[in-house]
Design a protein around this ligand. Structure first.
Ligand code: GLV
Ligand code: MN
Ligand code: MN
Length: 415
């Protein structure tokens, strides 16, 4: 049966679906701004529901608005094989991060259907809510809640950066796909495969088409609050100031030194920096900033991450710094049957491939806690991602979908 499903993968259809999705939140620079659970994110689910309905697939939604499109198998009671990723983007995101994994899964479902293949297990597309963090500053939200690594009740208390409750956004998202049947969190799944653009330059650099992910590096994320005192920019002497911006800058410099790595394995980013009240004539009394620290080695993550609060306090100056840890995702090793199957399938389809590490985080990190998992990477232009110019070729996207379709058929026939 090998080759039947992949032969039905339609490169033009897959590309067209990417362009249709890219209209939902399109930015003037050619990127996408579709924040988790915003109106466009809801429309993305509604579009998938509509496409799925036309093919006779059913749809489900869970309490955190994770969304599923199901193609039935012959055994109604078998746990499904899942494939998917996320529909949300970064605030100035591209057209492929996340949505590729969703659309590759949908393409695989269509190709399997077009090939007339019956599988024992159901195969389902999964959209995991709020992978990027969106307005809630909490990434991999849906997948982590699904596996029980985060409590649903804690997440339901969150408010967006605009102060709107997440519960309202979840309710609106659920209304947009009201035909989808309710489903509990954490139903059993037999396997999960996530396709994704690489988001780095390595496949392109060596001219390979398929990346077989073996490790997703770990990530610790912190939010630092620096409390000082608002004051008049014209009247308060330097020695009397408690300028939160000045302290935050000193802390940031110290953190750069703390995370300096001549081998460039460490990834350290301050991506969010909010100065309050943010007025030219006011000494800022408050700063919040984020720290995103990644490494493939759990020991390094532990050692350097555990020292963050001390570094911040040592350089707080006249202000007070406090640190809250929001994410501690350990490195995840993907090994065993599914990566082997991805590799063998790429080989059988004549696609060049290599094993590789994922620098980016993915929902697969959490789903790996409850099921065997694999990831399929395809190249993205110049390795650029989390950027409006993010790009990939229709041929590479289709190649990844071909591998995915074959892998899903194989997994769905396994006992
Ligand atoms: C998600 O895109 C991440 O790597 O943080
Ligand atoms: Mn992603
Ligand atoms: Mn991303």
């Amino acid at each position: 049966m090998i080759g039947l499903a992949s032969a039905k993968v339609d490169e033009a259809r897959l590309w067209r679906r990417h362009m249709d999705m890219a209209k939902l939140g399109a930015t003037p620079k050619g990127g996408v701004r579709r924040l988790a659970l915003d109106a466009n994110d809801a429309k993305a689910r509604a579009l998938l529901l509509d496409w799925g309905r036309r093919r006779g697939f059913s749809a489900f939604i869970d309490p955190i608005a994770n969304f599923f499109i199901r193609r039935d198998g012959t055994d109604r009671h078998a746990d499904p094989v899942l494939s998917g990723s996320h529909t949300d983007t970064q605030p100035s995101g591209g057209r492929f991060d996340g949505i590729y994994g969703v659309l590759a899964a949908f393409e695989a479902l269509e190709a399997i259907e077009d090939a007339g293949i019956r599988t024992r297990r159901p195969i389902e597309l999964a959209v995991w809510t709020c992978e990027e963090g969106g307005a809630y500053l909490t990434g991999t939200m849906g997948s982590s809640v699904f596996v029980g690594a985060r409590k649903l009740d804690d997440v339901l208390r969150l408010k967006g950066t605009d102060d709107a409750p997440i519960t309202a956004a979840i309710a609106a998202t659920r209304r947009a796909v009201s035909e989808a049947a309710d489903r509990p969190l954490g139903f059993p799944i037999s396997a999960f495969v996530e396709a994704h653009i690489e988001q780095g330059p390595e496949l392109e650099a060596v001219g390979k088409t398929i990346g077989v992910v073996t490790v997703i590096q770990g990530c610790r994320r912190f939010f630092v609050e620096v409390d000082g005192e608002d004051g008049h920019a014209g009247t308060v002497k330097r020695s009397r100031r408690r300028d939160a911006f000045v302290s935050a800058c000193d802390i940031a410099h110290a953190l750069r030194r703390h995370f300096h790595d001549p081998d460039e394995i460490i990834r350290f980013t301050i991506g969010r920096f909010v100065v309050t009240p943010n007025a030219p004539a006011v000494i800022p009394g408050h700063v919040t900033f984020s720290i995103d620290f990644r490494h493939p080695d759990d020991g390094v993550l532990r050692r350097l991450g555990d020292a963050v609060a001390d570094v911040c306090r040592a350089h707080q100056g006249a202000c007070t710094a406090s640190v809250r840890e929001a994410v501690w995702a350990k490195p995840v090793e993907l090994c065993g049957a599914i990566p082997d199957l991805i590799e063998a399938t790429a080989g059988r389809l004549g696609l060049s491939h290599m094993r590789m590490l994922s620098g980016a985080g993915h929902d697969a990190m959490y789903i790996a806690q409850v099921a065997p998992v694999g990831m399929i990477f395809v190249p993205c232009e110049k390795g650029i991602s989390h950027n409006e110019v993010e790009n990939a070729t229709p041929a590479d996207l289709a190649a990844g979908a071909r591998v995915l379709a074959e892998v899903l058929v194989e997994l769905a026939d396994r006992t």
